[in-house]
Ligand binder design. Sequence first.
Ligand code: GUN
Length: 290
Amino acid sequence: MTGNTPILMKSAPVVEQSLSELSSKCSALKEKGITPTMKVILVGDNPASIIYTRNKKRFMEKFGAECEIIKLPSNLSETEFLSKVKAIVDDQSNHGCFVQLPLPKQLSHIDVGELIPPSKDVDGFNKANIMNLFKGEKGESALIPCTPKGIITLCNHYGIELLGKNVVVIGRSLIVGKPMSLLLGNHNATVTMCHSRTQNLKEHTKAADIIVIAIGSAKFLTKEFLNNSKKQYIIDVGMNQDENGKLCGDADYQNIKELVAGITPVPGGVGPMTILSLAQNLLQAAENSL
Ligand code: GUN
């Protein structure tokens, strides 16, 4: 598509609009004696993780929830880590917890989703919650992985139809690519999951109505992957640094934005949607605890 004005799929209006709903849900819970409370377990001093967790805490407090970041040293042993996490998840005063990833090397083999009980798993990483996604259950009480859930919210806000559409997901990570593919299928999209071993990736992307890219490779998705005769939407999950150290996505935003029907900016696109979903999951977990 050339010469069009693409929809710039910014998260800000969606987050703005959702905040009043979050605030009123939070107030209603407080009236019932529940202050939605989240505990974030942050191990070590990864600079990106420090920023992400700070942003998450700020957002929870914006609508009246409580959020505590529990900082643990990077040289923590596995036994110490497991016992700290257990004490936090057993504490009845919180409704949601998660371990910020990545973990330091000596802990990186641990499946953190299994350390958090399904009822408090605001990340949606526990097997029971993934199983719900797998089965396609649409129950209101479900805790759905945050980035995929946020992308569906974003598409709904901008009126991007998923039913029957060809969606190509590039990336097969546990946090984004795999749960995204399942969730899109549950929303009646026809999903193709591509990855580093996919042959003829361009053939897949040219046939797509929507491309979700989550591979962590700066400006990978160039105009050569697009189809000029089709209305295509690009959802960019990437958070990379370009050659000048500037934040950029997995899509070559500057060079493709005029060629597509819609695109998410980086920053200000998918990132804040992940935090919005986390907030929605926290309120859901708090409500489920009633
Ligand atoms: N690190 C990067 N993204 C995420 C996420 O969604 N959840 C957690 N726990 N850690 C992350």
